[in-house]
Design a protein around this ligand. Structure first.
Ligand SMILES: Nc1ncnc2c1ncn2[C@@H]1O[C@H](COP(=O)(O)OP(=O)(O)OP(=O)(O)O)[C@@H](O)[C@H]1O
Length: 601
């Protein structure tokens, strides 16, 4: 079977185990006090559980010497108390471990999420959302599981020390025989190391692929239904899911091979110890009770050893997961703020000088592009699809890094301005209105959190009236659901208009929606657009005839170049590129054209 979706992302790196452990220890280092408690309690708990078989065997020997019921009762009581103490220690240990591990996962998840939010748009173009989601959620969770297992392994290590030292006092030679087997256990488990990490990585990548697929399916469910593609989606999902099943099954098969192997080592060790122990009894070096104690203690040593050994593959899973989280934390955005010039006020003058930009180096979008826009000027950008209109808007918003040239706003190079203060002064209306699953009121208030309800109602009123709001179940307080599902397309646009009106930006960038709405809403949108443009520099990627007719200047773009500019009448007179565009595109929206069609019918 050919596997897919298992490739490393471009931002994947390979960290050394040392680097990873140093960074992990920094996360745990924040919770030193709790970690100290965990370590002390783990030591105490190991001492208690390690002393029980030893105490039991000594008591049996004592009873052989003097048969006394009260000694027996006393000893049984102390064993009970030790067990109880062990339980208490274990309980405290679990609570503190859970606290530390979950806090570390919380911190890691916060760091990953914060860095993802700081990325520029090119990052989100390249990496499917589902995969990013998987890294933020599942990988940090796997790391948490690994941390739990790590704590268990540490406890096992304590237990080994506590059980093994008394064994040395029983018979040094027998302890030596057992010690010879320790490297065998470790060599055996360490040989799983590399492949375990590889399998773990594959497991996580395929999970990310499944997540990405489900995410995309949900996002495009409406389109899928329109084209009746549910069956196709289902069979595609089956394919991805099957691959995930095979990878996880193989991983489990492989990892589970380890336990029968370890059992065999245990069997061989116990056989050897019993054989040599027997010869020591025959030779009179040790009593039978000593050897029985030795073998029973030895048996209880295997569990902690196995726990350490089995810890390895899971440790590798966690290391692979944390490595993936760290790569996200370390990936650097391409848009870098070179200085921190805060923008308090903008007049709205824009100069674009010798701009060069590409998404992919082999396909330049702008080559030495120049454009000056005056404060308060309204400019419509028109041109065929793919001309670079939206790219220009994205660059002005500094969503993408441009490779060379300058964009100067007032007198500030946008590479050097504080992006937060700059974007507050630039209002952007994308083609498709994006609304959050929140109330209508909070959606309008988005980005202008200190505005009152009156101001929100004013903005909605300016952006096309409030009548439609009264028809909503709870008016302005209605939860409009994911992406504003409860509203019509036109209403969604009006909400975004109101949002930008409230923001009161100095520069407006509007990517007019191409989707047509009913004539009534259309009129409202056009009026709202005109209101929005008043008194600000406006750059409009125009799809409406009324917009192109009313702006100060029309800029015609073709393959990233300005091919014509002027106002509607001049450009029509010129009978060039714009005139052709008008005839094929804008003319159909004119009343004259509609009337003509009606009369010819
Ligand atoms: N995120 C992206 N990654 C790679 N290439 C892109 C990206 N966005 C746009 N492009 C490419 O850049 C070119 C310009 O696209 P842009 O969206 O700016 O065109 P446009 O003039 O706004 O078109 P439309 O009117 O269809 O929206 C197109 O060839 C497009 O394929």
């Amino acid at each position: 079977m050919v596997y897919f979706g298992l490739d490393a992302e471009e931002y994947d790196r390979n960290y050394s185990d040392k680097d990873l452990l140093t960074r992990i220890s920094k996360y745990f280092g924040k919770y030193k006090k709790s970690m100290m408690i965990v370590i002390i309690i783990t030591a105490l708990s190991s001492m208690v559980s390690g002393s029980i078989p030893f105490l039991t065997s000594r008591v049996i020997s004592l009873l052989e010497l003097e048969s006394n019921l009260s000694t027996l009762i006393l000893v049984i009581l102390s064993i009970f108390l030790l067990n109880f103490l062990g339980y208490i220690f274990n309980f405290i240990n679990q609570i503190y471990t859970a606290r530390v591990v979950n806090k570390v996962v919380y911190d890691l998840r916060e760091d990953v999420n914060q860095n993802v939010l700081m990325q520029d748009m090119s990052f989100f173009d390249k990496y499917p959302t589902g995969k990013i989601v998987s890294r933020i959620n599942s990988d940090t969770q796997s790391f948490g599981e690994m941390s739990n297992i790590f704590m268990q392994a540490a406890a096992s290590l304590f237990a080994i020390i506590v059980i093994f030292i008394p064994l040395l006092s029983i018979n040094l030679k027998l302890s030596g025989i057992f010690s010879l087997m320790i490297p065998v256990i470790f060599v055996f488990t360490l040989s799983f190391r590399k492949i375990a990490r590889k399998k773990a990585l594959q497991g996580q990548r395929i999970l990310a692929t499944v997540n990405a697929f489900v995410q995309e399916t949900m996002a495009g469910i409406q389109i899928a239904k329109t084209f009746r593609q549910e069956d196709k989606l289902y069979s595609k999902f089956k394919k991805v899911n099957k691959q995930s099943y095979i990878i996880n099954r193989n991983r489990a098969y492989y990892l589970n091979l380890m336990f029968p192997g370890l059992n065999m080592i245990q069997g061989i060790t116990l056989t050897l110890v019993t054989y040599f122990g027997g010869t020591f009894i025959l030779g009179g070096t040790n009593s039978g009770a000593d050897i029985v104690l030795f073998t029973t203690s030895l048996a209880s040593l295997f569990f902690p050893f196995f726990s350490i050994a089995s810890f390895w593959p899971q440790f590798q899973t966690g290391m692979a997961a944390v490595e993936r989280s760290f790569t996200l934390i370390d990936s650097t955005p391409l848009v870098v703020q070179e200085n921190d010039i805060k923008i308090e006020k903008l007049k709205g003058k824009i100069q674009i000088k010798d701009l060069n930009f590409y998404y992919q180096s082999e396909k330049p979008i702008f080559k030495n592009f120049n454009l000056d826009i005056n404060p308060g000027e309204s400019v419509a950008i028109v041109g065929h699809t793919g001309a670079g209109k939206s790219s220009l808007a994205r660059l002005l918003l500094r969503f993408y890094n441009f490779q060379s040239g300058d964009i100067i706003v007032d007198d500030n190079n946008i590479r050097k301005v504080n992006l937060e203060s700059y974007r507050k002064k630039v209002g952007f209306i994308p083609q498709t209105a994006f609304l959050w699953a929140d109330t209508l009121e909070n959606n309008v208030r988005y980005g202008s959190e200190n505005k009152t309800r009156e101001e929100i109602l004013w903005a909605l009123d300016q952006a096309g009236g409030k009548d439609w709001i009264d028809a909503l179940p709870k008016g302005i307080e209605t939860d409009i659901r994911e992406r504003g599902k409860l509203l019509s397309m036109g209403q969604r646009q009006l909400v975004v208009f109101a949002r930008v009106l409230l923001q009161n930006p100095s520069i407006l960038i509007l990517d007019e929606a191409t989707a047509s709405v009913d004539p009534f809403t259309e009129t409202k949108i056009v009026e709202a657009t005109e209101k929005l443009m008043e008194g600000r520099t406006s750059i409009i990627i125009a799809h409406r005839l009324r917009t192109v007719r009313h702006v100060d200047r029309i800029i015609v773009l073709d393959h990233g170049q300005i091919v014509e500019e002027g106002n509607h009448d001049n450009l029509m007179e010129k009978n060039g590129y714009y005139a052709k565009l008008y005839q094929t595109y804008f003319m159909h929206q004119s009343y004259e054209f509609i009337d003509k069609i009606k009369t010819t019918k």
